[in-house]
Ligand binder design. Structure first.
Ligand code: SF4
Ligand code: SF4
Length: 193
């Protein structure tokens, strides 16, 4: 029949139009902030510092090697190493500041860190009218538990956990082998006399 294709086209358009208002799978609008979209594994915003255990400062994986500070393209990381009373550098940051108003979320700091200490956070509700109070973050504000890292990047965090556990097991086995090879104290004394 003449014009049947046009009629079919109109019917299909009408079906889609009505369906886009009633079919739950096609309602793409999220009523933010009442509703929140689940963020995908690879989403990222600004870096955070991962810590293990219960103490955010003692558990920081960061050893203040400053590689990320050197490699950050816009130079928005500032680190000072912790020192003991004799001035000896300890493997811990005394200061770790990150200016997220300058950070461009490139993730280079994450890629160069040899200790899996810095990872990308996904938090995005960071608007503030106080730049120094809200956008220049210190180590206390940057510290996030490994459980949080696992929650926002489950696949990546599982791979990191597995690798760190394997490295620890290897180091423990090496230390055990070295201890077994070392001469007993009595033997050392006998050689010395
Ligand atoms: S976050 Fe990583 S690369 Fe940066 S100072 Fe700490 S250990 Fe070094
Ligand atoms: S994500 Fe990029 S810009 Fe931001 S701190 Fe890391 S290296 Fe610097």
């Amino acid at each position: 029949m003449l014009g049947s294709g046009i009629v079919k086209g109109f019917v299909e358009t009408a079906r889609n139009f009505v369906g886009s208002f009633h079919d739950p799978e096609r309602l793409v609008t999220i009523e933010y902030p009442d509703e929140r979209q689940e963020l995908p594994e690879n989403s990222r915003n600004f870096p955070m510092l991962v810590y293990d255990g219960d103490d955010p400062m003692k558990g920081l994986r960061c050893v203040a090697c400053k590689i990320c500070e050197k490699e950050c393209p816009p130079q928005c990381i500032y680190i000072e190493v912790e020192r003991d009373a004799k001035g000896k550098a300890l493997k811990h940051p005394r200061i770790f500041d990150l200016d997220i108003s300058v950070c461009m979320s490139c993730q280079i700091c994450v890629e160069v860190c040899p200790f899996d200490a810095i990872k990308m956070d996904t938090a995005f509700e960071l608007s503030t009218d106080n730049r120094f109070g809200g956008l220049l973050l210190n180590k206390h504000q940057l510290a996030k538990p490994n459980s949080y890292y696992r929650a926002i990047h489950p696949l990546e965090a599982a791979e990191v956990d597995e690798r760190l556990a394997a490295e620890q097991a290897k180091a423990a086995a090496k230390a055990k082998a070295a201890a077994a090879k070392a001469p007993a104290p009595a033997a050392v004394n006998a050689v010395a006399t």
